[in-house]
Design a protein around this ligand. Structure first.
Ligand SMILES: Cc1ncc(COP(=O)(O)O)c(C=O)c1O
Length: 365
């Protein structure tokens, strides 16, 4: 009996020490301030969808960045780029047009580095993001969501504002390739190291395209056979551009935020694209609730879209392949909208929530 217990205990201890020694040394290092909290996020094997597809579906848990989203990486590189170019001096102001997450990343880093932050946001973005930015002490300009070519578009207003004040820089996340450099120098190499080079495909939705293009460029340099699959929501121009060679919006609107770009940005220029997928809001919402109910991850819509795309890629490639994507941010940022029964019913998306996970909804009617 005693022997049995000892053997059992030894087994437990061995498996514990194996698990412990699997934690990368990088993640056990002391991080330097807020900037040190950007990147080196965990790569998670999603259990249910991997089992179902008999593939490895892996996701970088980008909500683990200090500011809570994948955009912290771009934010850090944009500020470092401005400093390097001498465009930002002590006490200066960082100005950006943003759907919210880049702004949150910038605001945190500005606090840590002693800069001021001014942001122009379309007023269609979630209340949670606005609240967060207010809390972070940002000078905030909510503006109507208009076409990119309109002089009142948030990005154009941000550019004009930066020119109108002293010691300010417009970081230009859409066209400034310092954005994709963040992913070329951090996200891509992390994925390569963490998978030990065993990656068959990556798939990401695109906002600025920084994540998609930076990771794709890096991985293709390591192994040209890694497939880069772009995944976007209804309304995306990028999907239409790749699939049909047309710079036109694809049909429909979307509950997702921060993705589904209306043009080919500077960060997407020359990005390798092997294929493009259009993921419906129904598929996205279903996956958001599956990730919560089956995997325990509370994430936003673009994460749901990314994983839904990864599953499609896995089914196309067949068992035994490894597909990498990311969980962009947390569901908390969209709680009022994406997790509201009333809101989902209004948008015709309620039925997309698997019945067994409808208990997660609030504002039930
Ligand atoms: C929630 C969310 N997911 C995905 C993205 C897309 O990232 P990228 O701009 O690198 O294409 C964004 C961009 O703002 C975002 O806010």
């Amino acid at each position: 009996m005693m022997l049995f217990h000892r053997q059992k205990l030894e087994k437990v201890l061995i498996s514990f020490s194996r698990t412990y020694s699997n934690i990368s040394h990088e993640s056990l290092q002391i991080r330097d301030g807020f900037s040190g909290m950007v990147g080196r996020t965990p790569l998670v094997r999603l259990q249910k969808v991997s089992e179902e597809t008999r593939c490895n579906i892996l996701a970088k848990a980008e909500f683990c960045n200090g500011g809570g989203s994948v955009k912290d990486r771009a934010a850090l590189y944009l500020i470092k780029d401005a400093e390097k170019k001498g465009l930002l001096k002590a006490g200066g102001t960082v100005v950006e047009g943003t759907a919210g997450n880049t702004g949150i990343g910038l605001a945190h880093i500005c606090l840590a580095l002693g800069y001021k932050c001014a942001l122009f946001l379309p007023n269609t973005q979630s209340k949670e993001k606005f609240d967060m930015l207010q809390l972070l002490g940002v000078e905030l300009f909510p503006v109507p969501a208009v076409a990119l070519t309109d002089p009142n578009h948030y990005n154009q207003q941000a550019k004009r504002y930066a020119l109108s004040i002293e010691n300010a820089v417009w970081t230009d996340q859409f066209d400034n390739q310092a954005n994709r450099l963040a992913h070329l120098e951090t996200t891509g190499p992390e994925i390569w190291r963490e998978t030990k080079g065993k990656v068959d495909a990556v798939t990401f939705s695109t906002g600025t395209g920084g994540t998609f293009s930076g990771v794709s460029i890096y991985l293709k340099e390591q192994n040209p056979h890694v497939q880069s699959i772009l995944a976007d929501p209804p309304g995306s121009v990028v999907y239409n551009w790749f699939k049909h060679g047309k710079l036109e919006r694809s049909v429909g609107d979307s509950i997702t935020e921060g993705i589904g770009q209306g043009r080919i940005t500077g960060n997407m220029q020359g990005a390798p694209v092997d294929d493009a997928l259009l993921i419906s809001d129904n598929e996205t919402v279903e996956m958001v609730f599956r990730l919560l109910g089956e995997e325990g991850f509370f994430v936003g819509a673009s994460s749901g879209l990314n994983v839904a795309a990864a599953v499609k890629v896995a089914k196309k490639l067949g068992p035994g392949h490894t597909i990498v994507t990311c969980l962009c941010d947390t569901g908390q940022r969209y709680y009022a909208k994406l997790f509201s029964e009333a809101e989902l019913k209004k948008r015709g998306l309620y039925e997309a929530v698997p019945e067994q996970y409808r208990h997660f909804l609030h504002s039930r009617i």
